[in-house]
Write a protein that binds this ligand. Structure first.
Ligand SMILES: C[S@@+](CC[C@H](N)C(=O)[O-])C[C@H]1O[C@@H](n2cnc3c(N)ncnc32)[C@H](O)[C@@H]1O
Length: 256
């Protein structure tokens, strides 16, 4: 039997690595590091740095692999993601049959935590369902970008006793401010906050959290959103890529 460890490595700061994650990397014979076309060299370097800093076991090896690019032309969003996952599942299957011997353990290094807007777990399940490679797997949690955002702004995530919705830029309009008082927005390539017209809304924004380039801005949305827009565009032009997340909130702790 082969074993897979799906390891959350934190959201940018190598010190996000938990003791459990460090121990997991040191159990692995093979460390799989994904390379994503839209992520720049810096993210791959953070993963390599984690391996060189924490893996002390002799004899393990690192295998980097390219994540296939998602095709979007002439298909719905769901078709596009489904086909993309199928392509990644084939890549995983090749890695597990070609790079891992019977009885060996592999670790997948996953950004943040594997349960949050990440499909490694569902793709590993997909490979299992194919039935061509026999393996068992475990998941090791990591620090998410939501935790990094809240820590940098020194804020609790929720208002007292109230819910939080985690969503994407594409679907923000459905949730905030109509449905919830607190929304966390990830994967927002459109700056969906620009369309929110609520005078009470506050924003806590962060980019490159946990890294040496971290930027945070907070305040009343109407007052700071132009600043976020400009800062985001400048940072993206400077670094060639950006990863940002924000929390929108209205109301207060003890208000019904
Ligand atoms: C594919 S999701 C992966 C999330 C990851 N599994 C986690 O636990 O945070 C990528 C999105 O997470 C957010 N993100 C991840 N790391 C970040 C960071 N260091 N700074 C800002 N946003 C980050 C961004 O919204 C980005 O578009």
């Amino acid at each position: 039997m082969k074993t897979i460890l799906i390891v959350g490595i934190g959201a940018g700061n190598p010190e996000h690595m938990t003791v459990q994650a460090i121990n997991a990397l040191n159990q692995a014979d093979v460390l799989f590091i994904p390379r994503k076309g839209d992520e720049k060299v810096q993210l791959a370097d953070i993963r390599r740095n984690i391996v060189s800093r924490y893996v002390t076991r002799a004899g393990s090896r690192t295998v980097e692999f390219d994540i296939p690019v998602r095709q979007t032309a002439d298909r719905s969003y769901h078709q596009s993601v489904d086909q993309w996952h199928a392509a990644i599942a084939m890549a995983y299957e090749r890695l597990l049959s070609g790079e891992l011997a019977e009885g060996q353990t592999a670790a997948f290094l996953v950004w943040g935590d594997p349960m949050l807007y990440d499909s490694t777990i569902r793709i590993v399940e997909r490979v299992k369902a194919l039935g061509t490679v026999t393996f068992d797997y475990s998941v090791i949690p990591g620090i998410t970008s939501i935790q990094a955002l809240a820590a940098s702004h020194r804020i609790p995530l929720n208002l007292v006793g109230k819910p939080v919705e985690i969503t994407t830029g594409r679907r923000l309009a459905e949730s905030f401010p109509g449905r919830v008082e607190t929304a966390v927005v990830m994967l927002d390539g459109e700056q969906a906050f620009m369309a929110i017209e609520d005078p009470d809304a506050r924003v806590y924004w962060g980019a490159y959290l946990g890294t040496s380039q971290e930027i945070i801005i907070s305040g009343r949305l109407a007052e700071v959103r132009q600043d976020i827009l400009r800062t985001r565009a400048e940072a993206r032009a400077l670094h060639g890529w950006i990863m940002d997340i924000y929390l929108l909130q209205k109301g207060s702790d003890f208000e019904e």
